[in-house]
Write a protein that binds this ligand. Sequence first.
Ligand code: TXA
Ligand code: MG
Length: 349
Amino acid sequence: MRDQWREGADAALTCGTVSAKDIRRAAETLRSGGLVAFPTETVYGLGADASNRDAVARIFEVKGRPTGHPLIVHVASAEHLDRWAREIPDAAWHVAERCWPGPLTLILKRARGVPSLVTGGQDTIGLRVPGHPVAHALLTEFGGGVAAPSANRFGRISPTTAAHVREDLGAAVDLVLDGGACPLGVESTILDLSGDRPRLLRPGSITPQELAKTLGQQCESPGSGAPRAPGGLASHYAPRTPLRLVTASRLERVAAGEIAAEPRVAIMSTHGPAVTPTSGSRWLKMPSDPPGYARALYARLRELDSGEYRLILVEVPPEGGPWMAVHDRLRRASAVRTEDDPADTDCAP
Ligand code: TXA
Ligand code: MG
């Protein structure tokens, strides 16, 4: 499971798009308090030296992210855990051994001395060892922890290419390491091991089933006592264009009705066009396998969002198993734009 995406990502280094000199310059930028955007196997991160309060403050500024929303600290290997977390349970070492480097973030109790800006003032900290060779080379060269949220403006779609990062953040980033398209395409699975029972806070490429197997017990879903997390807000990961989820059985009818009412409708489906798109509308066929769909999702949403569409209709994918992360992101992308309202989905059978 860990190695499926690795081939493409390795090419970023071996093809010379990112050189050893680039990595040294990026590490130097971090050391001097600058911001470096870098690829991970999930999405691009906007990194700063996690032990430099001013540098971390710039992340919030550049993203337009309210302080109080915790950041993930990225490290080169699990050997760094003790520096950032305390009272680390055996389960964390076990999961780290199985899933790192990889698309998994662990929430643990925060070690003393960690700047509270990094953790949004919480007593816990998110830690991840990414497996992307460019991220790994950067973290190894830098040596410390790199606080990095996804490198997009707050509340918008996460970037899966260097061009997306530049589009969103432009000159506010000191350096962008271009490692090509992210091979997984959705953010890491977040597993909270800071409490009595393991809890899944965000689904990702590593599924609850895989985690349950490693942990020897099921993960709970976040309840009302879940820590406040921006990725947990209903309207996170949203395009500007309204997005509506529609079941496969209703898609043809809904699409035809919307196009007839007013074109400028984009439709995303794993099937071929069921209605003939008129001028101004577009039918976009998505990969039918979950990894392929996840890899394409954010780039396609950005593409449609920058078109002149008034509405994006998306065929709702299955809910469980390998589709869980995609389903979660689409549900959030379709949510109405307030924190408390439920997702505005059109999933009636
Ligand atoms: O794949 C990823 O996780 C990417 C790459 C760059 O690593 N990062 C990412 O970061 O998605 P961000 O900040 O966009 O989302 C991180 C999520 C947020 O929902 C945040 O609230 C949650 O992780 N998080 C971080 N620290 C936490 C903590 N101590 N307790 C609960 N949630 C936490
Ligand atoms: Mg994000």
